[in-house]
Design a protein around this ligand. Sequence first.
Ligand SMILES: Nc1ncnc2c1ncn2[C@@H]1O[C@H](COP(=O)(O)OP(=O)(O)O)[C@@H](O)[C@H]1O
Ligand SMILES: [Mg+2]
Length: 380
Amino acid sequence: MTRRILPGATIGVLGSGQLGRMLAIAARQMGYRVHTYSPEEDTPAGQVSDVEIAAPYEDLDRVREFARHVDVMTFEFENVPAVTAAAAASCVDVRPQGAVLHTTQHRLREKGFLSRNGFPITPYQPVNSLAELRQGMKALGCPAILKTADFGYDGRGQVLIGCTGRQDAAWDALGRRQCVLEAWVECECELSVVAARGFDGGFAHYGAVRNEYRHHVLDVTVAPAPVSEPVQREAVAVTRDVLEKLDVVGVLSVEFFLTRDGRLLINELAPLPHNSGHFSIDACVTSQFEQQLRAVCNLPLGSTAQMRPAAMANVFGELWEGGEPDWAAAAAFPDVKLHFYGKLEPEPGRKMGHLTALGDDAAKRVLAGRDALTRRTHQG
Ligand SMILES: Nc1ncnc2c1ncn2[C@@H]1O[C@H](COP(=O)(O)OP(=O)(O)O)[C@@H](O)[C@H]1O
Ligand SMILES: [Mg+2]
Protein backbone atom coordinates (compact mmCIF):
# COMPACT_ATOMS: atom_id res chain seq x y z
CA MET A 1 0.00 0.00 0.00
CA THR A 2 1.39 3.39 -0.99
CA ARG A 3 2.34 5.64 1.88
CA ARG A 4 0.07 8.54 2.80
CA ILE A 5 1.81 11.92 2.95
CA LEU A 6 0.17 13.77 5.82
CA PRO A 7 0.08 17.46 6.83
CA GLY A 8 3.41 18.44 8.36
CA ALA A 9 5.25 16.64 5.54
CA THR A 10 7.09 18.49 2.77
CA ILE A 11 5.88 18.79 -0.81
CA GLY A 12 8.54 19.37 -3.47
CA VAL A 13 7.50 21.35 -6.54
CA LEU A 14 9.46 21.48 -9.81
CA GLY A 15 8.72 24.81 -11.47
CA SER A 16 7.89 28.10 -9.84
CA GLY A 17 5.14 29.94 -11.74
CA GLN A 18 1.59 30.79 -10.76
CA LEU A 19 0.40 27.18 -10.73
CA GLY A 20 3.09 26.39 -8.18
CA ARG A 21 2.12 29.47 -6.18
CA MET A 22 -1.54 28.46 -5.95
CA LEU A 23 -0.53 24.88 -5.15
CA ALA A 24 1.81 26.13 -2.40
CA ILE A 25 -0.92 28.31 -0.90
CA ALA A 26 -3.28 25.30 -0.81
CA ALA A 27 -0.52 23.15 0.70
CA ARG A 28 0.25 25.65 3.44
CA GLN A 29 -3.42 25.98 4.26
CA MET A 30 -3.44 22.24 4.86
CA GLY A 31 -0.30 22.42 7.00
CA TYR A 32 2.25 21.06 4.56
CA ARG A 33 5.65 22.57 3.98
CA VAL A 34 6.61 23.46 0.41
CA HIS A 35 10.00 23.49 -1.30
CA THR A 36 10.23 24.79 -4.89
CA TYR A 37 12.94 24.26 -7.50
CA SER A 38 13.42 26.28 -10.69
CA PRO A 39 16.17 28.26 -12.40
CA GLU A 40 14.84 31.59 -11.08
CA GLU A 41 14.72 33.50 -7.79
CA ASP A 42 11.94 35.44 -6.07
CA THR A 43 9.39 33.54 -8.12
CA PRO A 44 5.59 33.40 -7.80
CA ALA A 45 5.82 30.00 -6.09
CA GLY A 46 9.06 30.69 -4.23
CA GLN A 47 7.57 33.77 -2.56
CA VAL A 48 5.01 31.65 -0.73
CA SER A 49 7.15 28.55 -0.10
CA ASP A 50 9.28 27.53 2.88
CA VAL A 51 12.33 26.97 0.71
CA GLU A 52 13.10 28.23 -2.80
CA ILE A 53 15.97 26.63 -4.68
CA ALA A 54 17.25 28.48 -7.76
CA ALA A 55 19.29 26.07 -9.89
CA PRO A 56 19.20 24.73 -13.44
CA TYR A 57 16.94 21.76 -14.20
CA GLU A 58 19.97 20.13 -15.81
CA ASP A 59 21.94 20.14 -12.52
CA LEU A 60 20.87 16.62 -11.62
CA ASP A 61 22.95 16.50 -8.42
CA ARG A 62 21.06 19.53 -7.12
CA VAL A 63 17.78 17.96 -8.22
CA ARG A 64 18.56 14.75 -6.31
CA GLU A 65 19.65 16.76 -3.26
CA PHE A 66 16.37 18.70 -3.45
CA ALA A 67 14.40 15.46 -3.78
CA ARG A 68 16.02 13.94 -0.67
CA HIS A 69 14.59 16.77 1.46
CA VAL A 70 10.95 16.35 0.42
CA ASP A 71 8.37 13.60 1.05
CA VAL A 72 6.75 13.66 -2.38
CA MET A 73 7.42 15.61 -5.53
CA THR A 74 5.09 17.12 -8.08
CA PHE A 75 5.54 19.72 -10.80
CA GLU A 76 3.73 22.80 -11.94
CA PHE A 77 5.41 23.22 -15.29
CA GLU A 78 4.81 20.72 -18.03
CA ASN A 79 8.13 21.26 -19.75
CA VAL A 80 10.33 20.08 -16.88
CA PRO A 81 12.97 17.98 -18.70
CA ALA A 82 12.28 14.24 -18.46
CA VAL A 83 15.82 13.63 -17.10
CA THR A 84 15.08 16.02 -14.24
CA ALA A 85 11.89 14.18 -13.33
CA ALA A 86 13.78 10.87 -13.58
CA ALA A 87 16.58 12.12 -11.29
CA ALA A 88 13.98 13.21 -8.73
CA ALA A 89 12.16 9.89 -9.05
CA SER A 90 15.36 8.03 -8.12
CA CYS A 91 15.04 9.60 -4.63
CA VAL A 92 11.34 10.17 -3.96
CA ASP A 93 7.87 9.47 -5.42
CA VAL A 94 7.04 11.88 -8.27
CA ARG A 95 3.36 12.41 -9.17
CA PRO A 96 2.09 12.44 -11.85
CA GLN A 97 4.65 9.83 -12.86
CA GLY A 98 7.43 10.61 -15.33
CA ALA A 99 5.72 8.44 -17.95
CA VAL A 100 2.72 10.77 -17.97
CA LEU A 101 4.98 13.79 -18.37
CA HIS A 102 6.88 12.01 -21.14
CA THR A 103 3.69 11.47 -23.12
CA THR A 104 2.06 14.86 -22.59
CA GLN A 105 5.06 17.14 -23.02
CA HIS A 106 5.56 16.14 -26.63
CA ARG A 107 2.69 16.83 -29.04
CA LEU A 108 3.44 13.88 -31.31
CA ARG A 109 3.71 11.39 -28.45
CA GLU A 110 0.52 12.81 -26.99
CA LYS A 111 -1.36 12.56 -30.28
CA GLY A 112 0.02 9.05 -30.80
CA PHE A 113 -1.31 8.00 -27.39
CA LEU A 114 -4.70 9.58 -28.10
CA SER A 115 -5.13 8.08 -31.55
CA ARG A 116 -3.92 4.60 -30.48
CA ASN A 117 -6.60 4.66 -27.82
CA GLY A 118 -9.31 5.76 -30.21
CA PHE A 119 -9.84 9.27 -28.81
CA PRO A 120 -11.25 11.82 -31.29
CA ILE A 121 -8.57 14.37 -32.22
CA THR A 122 -7.84 17.04 -34.81
CA PRO A 123 -6.45 15.65 -38.10
CA TYR A 124 -2.66 16.09 -38.03
CA GLN A 125 0.63 15.19 -39.70
CA PRO A 126 4.12 14.96 -38.22
CA VAL A 127 6.51 17.42 -39.88
CA ASN A 128 10.29 16.97 -39.89
CA SER A 129 11.21 19.00 -42.97
CA LEU A 130 9.92 21.73 -45.26
CA ALA A 131 9.01 19.02 -47.80
CA GLU A 132 6.88 17.26 -45.17
CA LEU A 133 5.25 20.58 -44.32
CA ARG A 134 4.30 21.06 -47.98
CA GLN A 135 2.92 17.51 -48.16
CA GLY A 136 1.03 18.03 -44.91
CA MET A 137 -0.60 21.22 -46.19
CA LYS A 138 -1.79 19.32 -49.26
CA ALA A 139 -3.20 16.52 -47.13
CA LEU A 140 -4.88 18.68 -44.49
CA GLY A 141 -5.91 21.72 -46.53
CA CYS A 142 -5.77 25.33 -45.38
CA PRO A 143 -5.66 27.08 -43.05
CA ALA A 144 -3.55 24.82 -40.87
CA ILE A 145 -1.53 25.39 -37.76
CA LEU A 146 2.10 24.39 -37.33
CA LYS A 147 3.22 23.71 -33.73
CA THR A 148 6.59 22.70 -32.35
CA ALA A 149 6.45 19.14 -31.02
CA ASP A 150 7.82 20.20 -27.67
CA PHE A 151 8.20 23.26 -25.42
CA GLY A 152 5.01 24.98 -26.54
CA TYR A 153 2.69 26.76 -24.11
CA ASP A 154 0.36 29.75 -24.05
CA GLY A 155 0.29 29.90 -27.83
CA ARG A 156 4.10 30.01 -28.08
CA GLY A 157 5.71 27.80 -30.68
CA GLN A 158 2.83 27.86 -33.14
CA VAL A 159 2.08 29.59 -36.44
CA LEU A 160 -1.14 29.72 -38.39
CA ILE A 161 -0.60 29.13 -42.11
CA GLY A 162 -3.29 30.59 -44.34
CA CYS A 163 -4.06 29.49 -47.89
CA THR A 164 -1.63 31.97 -49.39
CA GLY A 165 0.75 31.81 -46.42
CA ARG A 166 4.48 31.24 -46.83
CA GLN A 167 5.20 27.73 -45.68
CA ASP A 168 8.96 28.25 -45.71
CA ALA A 169 8.58 31.34 -43.48
CA ALA A 170 6.50 29.34 -40.98
CA TRP A 171 9.06 26.53 -40.99
CA ASP A 172 11.87 29.07 -40.35
CA ALA A 173 9.88 30.94 -37.70
CA LEU A 174 9.63 27.81 -35.56
CA GLY A 175 13.34 27.07 -35.92
CA ARG A 176 13.18 24.19 -38.43
CA ARG A 177 12.56 21.64 -35.72
CA GLN A 178 10.21 18.71 -35.32
CA CYS A 179 6.64 19.93 -35.55
CA VAL A 180 3.09 18.80 -35.87
CA LEU A 181 0.78 20.27 -38.49
CA GLU A 182 -2.89 20.37 -37.55
CA ALA A 183 -5.95 21.12 -39.63
CA TRP A 184 -7.59 24.32 -38.40
CA VAL A 185 -10.82 23.47 -36.58
CA GLU A 186 -13.73 25.85 -37.11
CA CYS A 187 -15.36 25.31 -33.78
CA GLU A 188 -18.51 26.33 -32.00
CA CYS A 189 -16.46 26.91 -28.86
CA GLU A 190 -13.57 25.54 -26.82
CA LEU A 191 -14.16 23.56 -23.66
CA SER A 192 -11.97 21.97 -21.04
CA VAL A 193 -12.36 19.52 -18.21
CA VAL A 194 -10.06 19.51 -15.18
CA ALA A 195 -10.12 16.19 -13.36
CA ALA A 196 -8.17 14.23 -10.78
CA ARG A 197 -7.41 10.62 -10.16
CA GLY A 198 -6.26 9.29 -6.80
CA PHE A 199 -3.91 6.41 -5.94
CA ASP A 200 -6.94 4.20 -5.38
CA GLY A 201 -8.33 5.02 -8.85
CA GLY A 202 -10.88 7.46 -7.38
CA PHE A 203 -12.02 10.09 -9.89
CA ALA A 204 -13.26 13.66 -9.46
CA HIS A 205 -13.94 16.35 -12.07
CA TYR A 206 -14.95 20.00 -12.32
CA GLY A 207 -17.29 19.58 -15.29
CA ALA A 208 -16.82 21.11 -18.72
CA VAL A 209 -16.11 24.84 -18.77
CA ARG A 210 -16.13 27.16 -21.79
CA ASN A 211 -12.90 28.92 -22.74
CA GLU A 212 -12.38 31.99 -24.87
CA TYR A 213 -8.92 32.52 -26.31
CA ARG A 214 -7.22 35.66 -27.60
CA HIS A 215 -4.17 35.24 -29.82
CA HIS A 216 -4.19 31.51 -28.91
CA VAL A 217 -3.96 32.26 -25.17
CA LEU A 218 -6.76 31.63 -22.67
CA ASP A 219 -8.57 34.86 -21.86
CA VAL A 220 -11.89 34.05 -20.17
CA THR A 221 -13.46 30.90 -18.68
CA VAL A 222 -17.15 30.42 -17.90
CA ALA A 223 -18.08 27.62 -15.47
CA PRO A 224 -20.13 25.60 -16.02
CA ALA A 225 -19.99 25.74 -19.82
CA PRO A 226 -23.32 26.73 -21.36
CA VAL A 227 -23.59 23.52 -23.39
CA SER A 228 -26.13 20.68 -23.45
CA GLU A 229 -26.19 17.90 -20.85
CA PRO A 230 -25.04 15.25 -23.37
CA VAL A 231 -22.00 17.37 -24.33
CA GLN A 232 -21.17 17.91 -20.65
CA ARG A 233 -21.46 14.18 -19.99
CA GLU A 234 -19.41 13.17 -22.99
CA ALA A 235 -16.60 15.63 -22.19
CA VAL A 236 -16.36 14.24 -18.67
CA ALA A 237 -16.54 10.61 -19.84
CA VAL A 238 -13.73 11.16 -22.37
CA THR A 239 -11.64 12.89 -19.69
CA ARG A 240 -12.13 10.04 -17.27
CA ASP A 241 -11.07 7.57 -19.94
CA VAL A 242 -7.92 9.63 -20.65
CA LEU A 243 -6.91 9.65 -16.97
CA GLU A 244 -7.45 5.92 -16.74
CA LYS A 245 -5.63 5.01 -19.96
CA LEU A 246 -2.70 7.23 -18.95
CA ASP A 247 -2.83 5.82 -15.41
CA VAL A 248 -2.54 9.32 -13.96
CA VAL A 249 -2.24 10.00 -10.25
CA GLY A 250 -2.85 13.72 -9.87
CA VAL A 251 -4.74 16.39 -11.77
CA LEU A 252 -4.98 16.36 -15.55
CA SER A 253 -6.84 18.72 -17.86
CA VAL A 254 -8.24 17.98 -21.29
CA GLU A 255 -8.80 20.82 -23.79
CA PHE A 256 -11.54 20.21 -26.36
CA PHE A 257 -12.89 21.77 -29.51
CA LEU A 258 -16.68 21.50 -29.83
CA THR A 259 -17.23 21.46 -33.59
CA ARG A 260 -20.18 23.14 -35.27
CA ASP A 261 -21.71 19.71 -35.92
CA GLY A 262 -21.55 18.87 -32.21
CA ARG A 263 -18.45 16.62 -32.06
CA LEU A 264 -15.89 16.87 -29.31
CA LEU A 265 -12.26 16.71 -30.45
CA ILE A 266 -9.37 16.66 -28.00
CA ASN A 267 -6.99 19.57 -28.63
CA GLU A 268 -4.42 18.74 -25.97
CA LEU A 269 -3.73 17.40 -22.48
CA ALA A 270 -1.94 19.02 -19.55
CA PRO A 271 -0.96 16.78 -16.62
CA LEU A 272 -1.52 19.65 -14.19
CA PRO A 273 -4.08 22.02 -12.80
CA HIS A 274 -5.16 24.30 -15.63
CA ASN A 275 -5.73 28.01 -16.09
CA SER A 276 -9.36 27.17 -16.89
CA GLY A 277 -9.72 25.57 -13.43
CA HIS A 278 -8.72 28.66 -11.44
CA PHE A 279 -12.39 29.45 -10.79
CA SER A 280 -12.42 26.40 -8.49
CA ILE A 281 -10.42 28.32 -5.85
CA ASP A 282 -13.38 30.61 -5.19
CA ALA A 283 -16.31 28.61 -6.49
CA CYS A 284 -15.80 24.96 -5.48
CA VAL A 285 -15.65 23.05 -2.21
CA THR A 286 -12.17 21.76 -3.15
CA SER A 287 -9.94 23.79 -5.47
CA GLN A 288 -8.01 22.10 -8.27
CA PHE A 289 -4.82 22.81 -6.30
CA GLU A 290 -6.01 21.18 -3.09
CA GLN A 291 -7.18 18.31 -5.28
CA GLN A 292 -3.71 17.92 -6.82
CA LEU A 293 -2.24 17.78 -3.31
CA ARG A 294 -4.78 15.25 -2.12
CA ALA A 295 -4.05 13.08 -5.14
CA VAL A 296 -0.27 13.22 -4.89
CA CYS A 297 -0.36 12.73 -1.10
CA ASN A 298 -2.58 9.66 -1.41
CA LEU A 299 -5.46 11.28 0.47
CA PRO A 300 -9.09 10.78 -0.58
CA LEU A 301 -10.16 13.30 -3.23
CA GLY A 302 -12.31 16.24 -2.11
CA SER A 303 -15.76 17.30 -3.31
CA THR A 304 -15.69 19.29 -6.53
CA ALA A 305 -19.22 20.63 -5.99
CA GLN A 306 -19.49 24.13 -7.45
CA MET A 307 -21.24 26.46 -5.02
CA ARG A 308 -22.00 29.28 -7.47
CA PRO A 309 -21.69 29.88 -11.21
CA ALA A 310 -18.33 31.51 -11.94
CA ALA A 311 -16.25 33.25 -14.58
CA MET A 312 -12.52 33.89 -14.66
CA ALA A 313 -10.62 36.50 -16.68
CA ASN A 314 -6.86 36.53 -17.02
CA VAL A 315 -4.94 39.73 -16.36
CA PHE A 316 -2.05 40.16 -18.80
CA GLY A 317 1.05 42.33 -18.62
CA GLU A 318 -0.20 44.80 -21.26
CA LEU A 319 -2.64 46.09 -18.66
CA TRP A 320 0.32 47.90 -17.11
CA GLU A 321 1.12 49.81 -20.30
CA GLY A 322 -0.62 53.00 -19.17
CA GLY A 323 0.62 52.76 -15.57
CA GLU A 324 -0.25 50.77 -12.46
CA PRO A 325 -3.72 49.17 -12.73
CA ASP A 326 -6.46 50.62 -10.54
CA TRP A 327 -6.79 47.83 -7.98
CA ALA A 328 -9.27 49.74 -5.85
CA ALA A 329 -11.65 50.12 -8.80
CA ALA A 330 -11.65 46.35 -9.38
CA ALA A 331 -11.99 45.68 -5.66
CA ALA A 332 -15.11 47.88 -5.69
CA PHE A 333 -16.90 44.91 -7.28
CA PRO A 334 -17.69 43.02 -4.07
CA ASP A 335 -18.24 39.68 -5.83
CA VAL A 336 -15.02 39.82 -7.87
CA LYS A 337 -11.95 38.15 -6.39
CA LEU A 338 -8.45 39.38 -7.21
CA HIS A 339 -5.56 36.97 -7.65
CA PHE A 340 -2.08 38.24 -8.44
CA TYR A 341 0.97 36.14 -8.86
CA GLY A 342 3.78 38.33 -7.57
CA LYS A 343 5.56 38.50 -10.94
CA LEU A 344 8.06 41.30 -10.98
CA GLU A 345 7.97 42.34 -14.65
CA PRO A 346 4.62 42.95 -16.38
CA GLU A 347 5.57 42.02 -19.95
CA PRO A 348 2.90 42.07 -22.67
CA GLY A 349 1.25 38.65 -22.97
CA ARG A 350 2.51 37.57 -19.55
CA LYS A 351 -0.12 36.17 -17.20
CA MET A 352 0.13 38.45 -14.16
CA GLY A 353 -3.01 37.37 -12.34
CA HIS A 354 -6.69 36.62 -12.79
CA LEU A 355 -10.07 37.75 -11.53
CA THR A 356 -12.96 35.47 -10.63
CA ALA A 357 -16.57 36.60 -10.39
CA LEU A 358 -19.33 34.57 -8.81
CA GLY A 359 -23.06 34.62 -9.48
CA ASP A 360 -25.50 34.38 -12.35
CA ASP A 361 -24.00 37.24 -14.37
CA ALA A 362 -20.41 36.25 -13.52
CA ALA A 363 -19.21 36.50 -17.14
CA LYS A 364 -20.33 40.12 -17.39
CA ARG A 365 -19.08 41.06 -13.94
CA VAL A 366 -15.62 39.61 -14.37
CA LEU A 367 -15.09 41.63 -17.56
CA ALA A 368 -16.40 44.76 -15.88
CA GLY A 369 -13.96 44.13 -13.02
CA ARG A 370 -11.10 43.72 -15.45
CA ASP A 371 -12.08 46.89 -17.36
CA ALA A 372 -12.10 48.76 -14.07
CA LEU A 373 -8.42 47.92 -13.62
CA THR A 374 -7.58 50.22 -16.53
CA ARG A 375 -10.14 52.93 -15.85
CA ARG A 376 -7.54 55.02 -13.97
CA THR A 377 -9.81 57.70 -12.62
CA HIS A 378 -7.23 59.09 -10.19
CA GLN A 379 -4.55 60.67 -12.40
CA GLY A 380 -1.48 62.28 -10.93
N1 LIG B 1 -6.07 23.05 -34.85
C1 LIG B 1 -6.59 24.15 -34.30
N2 LIG B 1 -7.77 24.66 -34.74
C2 LIG B 1 -8.30 25.78 -34.20
N3 LIG B 1 -7.72 26.47 -33.21
C3 LIG B 1 -6.55 26.03 -32.72
C4 LIG B 1 -5.94 24.84 -33.23
N4 LIG B 1 -4.80 24.63 -32.55
C5 LIG B 1 -4.72 25.64 -31.65
N5 LIG B 1 -5.75 26.48 -31.74
C6 LIG B 1 -5.99 27.68 -30.92
O1 LIG B 1 -4.80 28.02 -30.19
C7 LIG B 1 -4.98 27.76 -28.80
C8 LIG B 1 -3.68 27.24 -28.19
O2 LIG B 1 -3.28 26.05 -28.84
P1 LIG B 1 -2.76 24.77 -28.01
O3 LIG B 1 -2.44 23.71 -28.98
O4 LIG B 1 -3.73 24.46 -26.95
O5 LIG B 1 -1.37 25.30 -27.45
P2 LIG B 1 -0.87 25.71 -26.00
O6 LIG B 1 -0.03 24.56 -25.58
O7 LIG B 1 -0.12 26.94 -26.24
O8 LIG B 1 -2.10 25.88 -25.13
C9 LIG B 1 -6.14 26.79 -28.74
O9 LIG B 1 -6.78 26.79 -27.49
C10 LIG B 1 -7.02 27.34 -29.87
O10 LIG B 1 -7.66 28.53 -29.46
MG1 LIG C 1 -3.71 24.68 -24.91
